[in-house]
Design a protein around this ligand. Structure first.
Ligand SMILES: C[S@@+](CC[C@H](N)C(=O)[O-])C[C@H]1O[C@@H](n2cnc3c(N)ncnc32)[C@H](O)[C@@H]1O
Length: 263
């Protein structure tokens, strides 16, 4: 599935959410920590990138992990970069797009990216760019979202009006095929489900909005969501309630790929 929201909408939505992001980003924290654990222990980058750095939480973690390296935090949303800059999360801060990185060829040893690449329509371009900017032997480590993410919300909306109210995600098979067909070697590629539970629908949708991750796809209905439709949505979602609360599933793909070592 190649349709993704307009990049200007994505950047504006995340810039707007920069102030609230950290308070609701528990899943993002868990996923990023997991990705950090998947980094090869032998890796000692001279220069790393954190692409889609957001508020810079994992740029800071990479700075702590590699104190002698130069770290560059990259994001498409200026508002997010401002937060990362204020937190001194890296050594340099660059506004840029994962599909067209404003960096020189063979200029870094690690490209880290947690929960950002699901916003890229052209994942092939992301892999090509990673291959281009990595030095021989360099590592791409990413986490992203697959089909099945927010499935409960999608199903509930479907029961209400059949509209696309949830961002579309690439399938795990597409990620697999694109990685296998790239010039990088796959070291790890696996999907893990993460499930959150909410007390009610309101807290779930507020959480998505505070993250800047609410639906930006074309085909979303314009204008206000009517009260009756929200009530119908809440009723539909209630039918999926479990003992822990309303379930909200994220299907997360973790990838660690390596550029072939030099001669
Ligand atoms: C869910 S946040 C994740 C932030 C951070 N990596 C974390 O784990 O907390 C996604 C970030 O990706 C950025 N982003 C979206 N599309 C991007 C693109 N094409 N290139 C670079 N950054 C992008 C957004 O602006 C946002 O800051």
């Amino acid at each position: 599935m190649n349709e993704r929201p307009d990049k200007r909408l994505v950047a504006a939505s995340f810039s707007k959410a920069a102030g609230s992001y950290d308070s609701v980003a528990q899943l993002q924290r868990d996923v990023g920590q997991q990705l950090l654990q998947y980094l090869p222990l032998s890796l000692q980058p001279q220069r790393w990138l954190d692409v889609g750095c957001g508020t810079g939480f994992f740029s800071r973690a990479l700075t702590d992990r590699y104190p002698r390296s130069e770290g560059i935090a990259v994001d498409i949303a200026e508002g997010m970069l401002q937060h990362a800059r204020q937190a001194s999360a890296a050594q340099a801060f660059v506004a840029g797009d994962a599909e067209r990185l404003p960096l020189r060829d063979a200029s870094c040893d690690l490209l880290f990216s947690s929960l950002a690449l699901q916003w890229c329509a052209d994942f092939q371009a992301v892999l090509d760019e990673a291959h281009r900017v990595l030095r021989p032997g360099g590592t791409l480590a990413f986490s992203s979202l697959c089909v099945g993410t927010l499935q409960e919300l999608r199903d509930s909306w479907l029961a209400v009006d059949g509209f696309v109210h949830v961002n579309r995600f690439r399938s795990a098979e597409d990620y697999q095929a694109l990685c296998a067909g790239s010039s990088l070697q796959i070291r790890r590629l696996q999907v893990r489900a993460h499930r959150l539970y909410y007390a009610d629908l309101r807290s779930l949708t507020h959480g998505l909005k505070a993250l800047g991750a609410h639906n930006l796809n074309d085909g979303r209905p314009a204008g206000l969501t009517g009260r009756a439709r929200l009530r119908a949505l809440a009723d539909a979602y209630e039918r999926q309630r479990q003992a822990e609360g309303l379930p909200c599933t994220y299907q997360v793909i973790y990838g660690v790929l390596q550029k072939e070592p030099g001669p």
